[in-house]
Design a protein around this ligand. Structure first.
Ligand SMILES: NC(=O)c1ccc[n+]([C@@H]2O[C@H](COP(=O)([O-])OP(=O)(O)OC[C@H]3O[C@@H](n4cnc5c(N)ncnc54)[C@H](O)[C@@H]3O)[C@@H](O)[C@H]2O)c1
Ligand SMILES: [Zn+2]
Length: 365
């Protein structure tokens, strides 16, 4: 499957997403064909390199000795400006110039850091993404957002820089720890809920096959999730309006992350946010309670939380949402599901309604 994300502006800004197209052995030739005379420099998530280098070297991917490969110890803690400087210095020493290109192999952290580096290295060079985590394959590699964190907050420095090509190889997920897979599933559930009923039904029907990471169903799940994100991004590259629908479950999700001091992980927080949005929509008469139950059931099947831990009180969550809203200088746009596969943007939310829902979902622990 091949998706093209056509962005407003010149045709050269199109980004292609290859999903299950070509084998790893065919990849070097595929890249060469796309990069022409540009020399590719590879930045790998160190952990993924450890797990995969023997296999991919066998397929003709550049080995360590090629002099065009850099290992990056990817972690949220290293998603910082000083990593960018460190990687850039290594590139200069290895001879990368403005005729070079970057290839990122790793999860969302590697993709965000390498994308940002590509956007500023010698005023910008092309880059390609080979995402290896579920979250990166279904979400972060699509859309062209890059960035690093500051001590004051996540993703506060960054740029928009569309990868030329994004190559999805679902087999990478074979080595992804189950906990990381579970976190990524929250985004898949979000995508299905906001825009694809058929994907939703696939998720309900094939939970066990997905858990076994069977190639054909994974390919469908990744393809459908990418298509949703690509479709939204294409309509609204710079997040001015419509892209907001991708925030389904994220208003409350981000608040939970913040209030828990990032002790609750992103996927878990998104699941809580989805369940909150669904219950709120049902309370407002916009979503059937049957659909709320289907969402909760699917989350439970993935061991994703459907209740909000006690320490995240409704008051503290509302305060976090209000401060986010202030930063965005405006009204609170709340994305609500109206049925499975369809959302609306609701901007007349009475905080008291939300408070009641948060209260009802709160647990003791
Ligand atoms: N740019 C965007 O639009 C966007 C969207 C969503 C999230 N993000 C960002 O993405 C990041 C989270 O991404 P993530 O969850 O992939 O984090 P990550 O890159 O830290 O990867 C998670 C863990 O999985 C490991 N890993 C990755 N692929 C593996 C594989 N195939 N086998 C074994 N281990 C593997 C990594 O080494 C890491 O330990 C956050 O920093 C977030 O801000 C960006
Ligand atoms: Zn998310």
């Amino acid at each position: 499957m091949k998706l093209t994300i056509n962005l407003p502006g010149t045709p050269s800004r199109a980004s292609e997403v290859l999903i299950g197209e070509g084998t790893p052995a065919e990849l070097p030739a595929m890249l060469a064909g796309r990069l022409g005379s540009r020399a590719a420099y590879w930045i790998w998530d160190e952990r993924v390199w450890e797990l995969w280098h023997e296999r991919v070297e066998g397929y003709g991917w550049p080995p360590m000795e090629s002099g065009r490969l850099i290992l990056f110890p990817a972690s949220e803690m290293n998603k910082r400006l000083n990593s960018l400087e460190n990687l850039a210095q290594q590139m200069v020493r290895l001879g990368a110039d403005r005729q070079s290109a970057l290839v990122a192999v790793g999860g969302g952290v590697t993709g965000d850091v390498v994308g940002f580096l590509a956007s500023i290295y010698m005023r910008g060079i092309p880059h390609l993404q080979i995402p290896t985590s579920l979250l990166a394959q279904v979400d972060s590699s699509i859309g062209g957002k890059t960035g690093v964190d500051l001590p004051e907050g996540k993703n506060l420095l960054g740029s928009f820089h569309q990868p030329q090509t994004i190559w999805m190889y679902p087999q990478f997920l074979e080595t992804l720890p189950p906990e990381e897979f579970r976190q990524g599933m929250a985004e898949v559930i979000k995508s299905a809920m906001l825009g694809d009923r058929a994907l939703w039904e696939d998720l309900e029907k094939h939970t066990e096959a997905i858990k076994r990471r069977e190639g054909d169903v994974l390919l469908r799940v990744i393809g459908a999730s990418c298509a949703i994100k690509a479709g939204v991004v294409e309509a609204d590259e710079r997040e001015s309006g419509y892209r907001m629908v991708l925030n389904l479950g994220h208003t409350v999700g981000h608040a939970v992350e913040k209030v828990s001091d990032y002790q609750v992980r992103h996927g878990d927080a998104v699941a809580m946010g989805l369940v909150t949005a669904a219950n709120l929509a049902a309370r407002l008469g916009k979503l059937a309670y049957d659909d709320v139950s289907r969402l909760e059931k699917l989350c439970i099947a993935w061991d994703l939380p459907v209740r909000i831990p006690g320490p995240c009180s409704p008051e503290s969550l509302l305060a976090a949402i209000q401060s986010d809203k202030k930063r965005m200088r405006g009204t609170l746009h709340f994305v609500l599901p109206v049925k499975i596969g369809e959302v609306m943007v609701y901007d007349r939310l009475d905080p008291e309604e939300l408070k009641q829902v948060l209260l009802a979902l709160r647990t003791e622990a």
